[in-house]
Every structure is written in structure tokens, then in C-alpha cells.
Ligand binder design. Structure first.
Ligand code: PEP
Length: 252
């Protein structure tokens, strides 16, 4: 896996009140708060960011937003900006998650604007891409992923792209219990890295971390991480329980 340090990220989605998030964060801190060979990040709901940041202070666990709006401030009721996430203690932000694309009208164009805002605000974008089941079944996996990359990253320099993380999340594997086989995942990760190489050169392609997401659990993380182009995981359901998430973080 070249010199890429693995990143295991947890997406808590719309789960956990403040006290519930505090409980998971405290347990997580005690289980993996000092781990050095893997980077760890959790993305709680906005309402729990401050609480979780307070608890995780002094640990190596990083915090991410689950989304952001591209303006820094303004009359945009309900939205959260990059400076707000940064101020709440975030280092990362998930952008273009398939649930946002599916339910909230996120497009490659809005993803592009959000990535720009994240970089401007000093946050590491975690760009989510991936095909639906129908797209896979009709042989469009590579073309869909290629389009998401080309349009989502349009206008960014190699320097910008080097700062990002990409998460390949086949939509049919998210929250369904259906994990892509290691070969299916590796094949798309290799394709994504190839696209990075064509567009931004070999050193960027080698440096960019590509996470796999889709029903990752303690039981399947080991075989996924053994693949040469899988550099970590974006974990939904199994990140809601500290012990199960720690089992993923400690996959070795
Ligand atoms: C996700 O939300 O990014 C995800 C991969 O969810 P799950 O692990 O539950 O499939």
C-alpha cells in the first residue's frame, strides 16, 4: 500500500443525541484514542460535534462533518459552513455521500463547490463516489465513477487533490449488509487510482488515500485492507458502537 497511512472513518449519520454521542466518544477514546499506526476519524451529527470534540481532545481521533454548505456564512437557514465545522473542532468533512445525492439533490456540481469550500476552510474533503446496483448490473460502474471524479474534481490542481481523501462506496453495499467482494472493491480502487494518475500524475495517485465503504465490519475489514489499493474504510452502521468500530480500527 505504498506509504499511505490507513484511515478508518466512522459516519454516524443521523444517529445519536448529544449524551449518546458522548458515551460512544468516551468509550472510543479509551479503546483507540492513542493508536498510532492508523488514523481514525468520526463524523457525528452537527449537534454533537462540540461535545464529541471536547471528549476527544488529547486523543488522536479526528472529527469530521457529514456535509457542509459552500458559502462561508449568510442567510442560508439550516446550513453549516466550513469555518463553522473548523470552529467546532473538525479536520475533515464528508462530501457527496450517496444518501445526500439520493435524498437531498446533491450533484457532481454541488459536490465540486463543497470541495472548494472545504479546502478554502482548511478541511480535508472526503469525497464519496460509487455506483448504484442498476448501474453495476448494466456495466456502468467505471463510467459512473469516472464521471463523478471528473465533474466532482473539475478545476482542482494536483496540489488540491493531494489533500483529499476519496471514498469508494458502492451504493448497493451501503447499509445493506452486502459488502463488495475484495476483488470487486480492489478493481474499482485500482481504476480510481488510474484515473488520478492520468489526471494528476503518478505522485498524486500514489499519495491519495482511497477508502472503501459499504457494510464494513470487524469481520471483513482485514481482507479488504489486504488489497493493494484499499487504504482504509468509511464505516456507517458498525461505527455506531464503539467496540465494533474499535474492532475495525484494530484490524491488524
Ligand atoms: C456509509 O454510510 O458511508 C456506509 C458505508 O454505511 P454502512 O457501513 O452502514 O454500509
Amino acid at each position: 500500500m505504498a506509504n499511505r497511512k490507513p484511515l478508518i472513518a466512522g459516519n454516524w449519520k443521523m444517529y445519536k443525541t448529544g449524551p449518546q454521542a458522548a458515551e460512544v466518544a468516551s468509550r472510543l477514546k479509551s479503546l483507540v484514542g492513542d493508536i498510532m499506526d492508523v488514523e481514525v476519524m468520526v463524523a457525528p451529527p452537527f449537534t454533537a460535534l462540540g461535545t464529541v470534540a471536547g471528549i476527544l481532545k488529547g486523543s488522536v481521533i479526528r472529527i469530521g462533518g457529514q456535509d457542509l454548505f459552500w458559502e462561508a456564512e449568510g442567510a442560508y437557514t439550516g446550513e453549516i459552513s466550513a469555518p463553522m465545522l473548523k470552529g467546532a473542532g473538525c479536520t475533515h468533512v464528508i462530501i457527496g455521500h450517496s444518501e445526500r445525492r439520493q435524498y437531498f439533490g446533491e450533484t457532481n456540481a454541488t459536490v465540486n463547490r463543497k470541495i472548494r469550500a472545504a479546502l478554502l476552510g482548511g478541511l480535508i474533503p472526503v469525497l464519496c463516489i460509487g455506483e448504484s446496483e442498476a448501474e453495476r448490473d448494466s456495466g456502468q460502474t467505471f463510467s459512473v465513477v469516472q464521471k463523478q471524479l471528473e465533474e466532482g474534481l473539475e478545476g482542482f490542481s494536483s496540489d488540491d487533490v493531494q489533500k483529499m481523501t476519496i471514498a469508494y462506496e458502492p451504493v448497493w453495499a451501503i447499509g445493506t449488509g452486502k459488502t463488495a467482494t475484495t476483488d470487486q472493491a480492489q478493481e474499482v480502487h485500482e481504476f480510481i487510482r488510474g484515473q488520478m494518475e492520468t489526471a494528476y500524475g503518478n505522485s498524486v495517485a500514489k499519495a491519495v488515500r482511497i477508502l472503501y465503504g459499504g457494510s464494513v465490519k470487524p469481520e471483513n475489514i482485514g481482507e479488504l485492507m489486504a488489497m493493494p489499493d484499499i487504504d482504509g474504510a468509511l464505516v456507517g452502521g458498525a461505527s455506531l458502537d464503539a467496540d465494533s468500530f474499535a474492532g475495525i480500527v484494530r484490524y491488524r
